[in-house]
Design a protein around this ligand. Structure first.
Ligand SMILES: C[S@@+](CC[C@H](N)C(=O)[O-])C[C@H]1O[C@@H](n2cnc3c(N)ncnc32)[C@H](O)[C@@H]1O
Length: 279
């Protein structure tokens, strides 16, 4: 069923009026695509969706969860992890404490990738890791740290490329076994992060749009990868300003591999390689 922009606006307006969710500044194109998918899956129409939002809180929450795109993977875009491994963490090595925020962490693979890397670099003891997402279902999955094994086979290639090999020297193989971090159950198609690493991050439901608050800690690294693309330009800017406010000077902002900030200096960031530094 074709959904018009007026339908999208009406659903967003109803959500804003009847719930805590304000998707006004989400990109309309992406909202339209997601709502069309929901309509065909739930066999509903834009009018019945708006009506149910008004009367059924659980449905509204489910709808927001369905609207968000949760694609993620372990060591997604290995080049970014090379920058962390061979550049950023070398600079943070002397810090007594390293505070990290994964904003829009989805089902947690990004968080566990970082934990694995920090462990390999002997930095994990200094880490304070906070991981948030608007979607309560993905946060529950992240806490479990349990993923399909076969579906995520390429995870282990990414693991090897970041943990075991050196990007400039193919003779290097550090020989770190998957067993150090995962329990792999091939029969039940499961790859589970070991308990001692699952205990480290603080996973919380948090909506970036209501993110005007200041955190108690100032962060040394903020990961916000493949999240801002779903927002319009003004909302992106507002969230980037909020990040800056909650970061130490010289802290690092990691966006998605294909994302960038227009006029970063105006917000208080400087672009370096494939990341941003708070100035
Ligand atoms: C495509 S995933 C990115 C996951 C991970 N950062 C990565 O790059 O692999 C985008 C995530 O942003 C979350 N998100 C969308 N809107 C949000 C908001 N207003 N506040 C917090 N998280 C949000 C979604 O629920 C989703 O899990």
């Amino acid at each position: 069923m074709e959904v018009t922009l007026d339908d999208v606006k009406n659903i967003v307006r109803t959500l804003k009026e009847y719930t805590d969710f304000d998707l006004t500044d989400y990109s309309e194109k992406s909202l339209k695509r997601r709502i069309e998918r929901i309509i065909s899956e739930y066999r509903m129409n834009p009018v019945s969706i708006a009506h149910q939002i008004k009367t059924d809180k659980k449905f509204a929450r489910k709808l927001v969860n369905e609207i968000t795109v949760n694609t993620t993977e372990l060591f997604r875009d290995p080049q970014m992890w090379y920058s962390l491994r061979y550049d950023i963490y070398l600079k943070l090595k002397t810090h007594a404490k390293i505070s990290i925020w994964h904003a829009g962490c989805s089902t947690g693979q990004e968080v566990y990738s970082n934990i694995i890397l920090m462990k390999e670099l002997n930095l994990l003891d200094k880490a304070m890791i906070f991981a948030t997402d608007i979607n309560n279902e993905v946060i529950e999955k992240a806490k479990k740290g349990e993923y399909r094994y076969r579906l995520n086979f390429e995870y282990l290639n990414n693991f090897d490329s970041v943990v075991n090999r050196h990007p400039l020297n193919y003779e290097v193989n550090r020989g770190v076994s998957y067993k150090k971090y995962f329990d792999i159950d091939r029969k039940n198609d499961l790859l589970k992060i070991k308990e001692q690493y699952r205990k480290i991050p603080m996973f919380r439901v948090h909506d970036l749009i209501k993110g005007e608050q200041e955190f108690l800690t100032k962060f040394d690294i903020v990961f916000c990868r493949n999240v801002l693309i779903y927002f319009n330009f003004n909302l992106q800017k507002r969230i980037l300003r909020m990040f800056r406010k909650n970061m130490n000077k010289g802290a690092y902002l990691i966006l998605g591999y294909h994302e960038s900030i227009i006029e970063p200096m105006e917000i208080g960031f400087e672009k370096k390689n494939n990341y941003y530094v708070a100035i």
